[in-house]
Ligand binder design. Structure first.
Ligand SMILES: [Zn+2]
Length: 105
């Protein structure tokens, strides 16, 4: 487990690996963050979760002869303030950082 988080260079401290499935020669890792209260960066009202968007990334790095597939569960948020309705998707820093290495599917 530690070697995988090192491999991915997870700097988002709160990202957890919620499951690891091995399908043939492919390891499928599901990554998500624990649910925490979010507040609107625009008006400061609370935000509510609009659900989770799954994003699949084929990771080019092989580990122990397995290829790696990441499933990111990105939470979607919307401000409860009817005059604001700001919405945002959670992002994972490590994905943006290593975007050139990763190819989205
Ligand atoms: Zn707002």
């Amino acid at each position: 487990m530690n070697s995988i988080t090192d491999l991915l260079d997870l700097e988002d401290n709160d990202v957890i690996i919620s499951s690891i499935d091995v399908q043939g020669q492919t390891k499928v890792l599901t990554l998500e963050t624990p649910p925490t209260a979010q507040f609107c960066p625009v008006c400061g009202f609370r935000m509510y979760s609009r659900g989770v968007k799954k994003r699949t990334i084929n990771h080019p790095i092989l580990q122990d002869n397995y290829s790696l597939v990441l499933i990111l569960k990105q939470r979607r948020w919307r401000c409860i303030n009817p005059d604001c309705h700001y919405s945002t998707n959670e992002s994972f820093k490590f994905v943006n950082k290593s975007r050139r290495m990763l190819c989205s599917a």
